[in-house]
Design a protein around this ligand. Structure first.
Ligand SMILES: [Ca+2]
Ligand SMILES: [Ca+2]
Ligand SMILES: [Ca+2]
Length: 197
């Protein structure tokens, strides 16, 4: 090894009996010449062992390899071992981040979103928008006793016919008969008033 690196491409090693060549990481001894080092094609190997588990498309390099990634992943080819790293879309400032998503759940390669009460997922599946309850079915989407539904964000409120008062609370509304009033069919109402003294 002291002379001309033992003829080795990369490293020469020796002990009392023998000398041999070894290669830097990413290389292996050539099958044609034990002194020569050739690039290892990591991509021909096993996913998870020879190249990174999350590497979508492995591209051999000399030395090392790099990766192409699917959307939802960030390419990290900063060293000779490429990688695809999941983007955490739930973090402010990250690609795909949406402040209108109420409850973001990061997943490998994507994310899911769920919404607070009174909201639904928009068609893109990533942000929360108000439900217009008043566009829905009376008795299902808004209270059946609500006379004039008014959409609000979130929820809705009610405006009521004469003789009723609105009870709007907790994102919902309904109409209840005023105290001392009697409602007859056809929206005729009678209220009984009396005064102290
Ligand atoms: Ca390689
Ligand atoms: Ca993700
Ligand atoms: Ca609403």
């Amino acid at each position: 090894c002291n002379h001309d690196n033992g003829g080795c491409d990369h490293e020469c090693e020796e002990d009392k009996y023998d000398e041999w060549c070894s290669c830097l990481e990413g290389f292996k001894i050539s099958t044609d010449d034990w002194r020569k080092c050739v690039d290892i094609n990591e991509c021909a190997g096993k996913r998870g062992d020879d190249f990174h588990q999350d590497c979508y498309e492995c591209i051999n390099g000399n030395p090392g390899y790099r990766c192409k990634c699917r959307s939802g992943f960030r390419e990290d080819n900063s060293n000779n071992e490429g990688n695809c790293i999941d983007i955490n879309e739930c973090e402010v400032g990250e690609e795909g981040y949406d402040s209108d998503c109420h409850n973001c759940n990061n997943t490998n390669g994507s994310h899911t979103c769920s919404c607070n009460r009174g909201y639904k997922l928009s068609s893109n599946g990533k942000s929360c928008i108000d439900v217009n309850e008043c566009d829905g079915v009376n008795g299902t989407d808004y209270n059946q006793d609500c006379h004039h539904c008014q959409n609000a964000e979130p929820g809705y409120t009610c405006e009521c016919n004469d003789g009723y008062e609105a009870e709007n609370s907790n994102l919902e509304g309904t109409c209840v008969v005023l105290p001392n009033c009697v409602i007859r069919p056809g929206a005729v109402y009678y209220c009984l008033w009396w005064y102290a003294g």
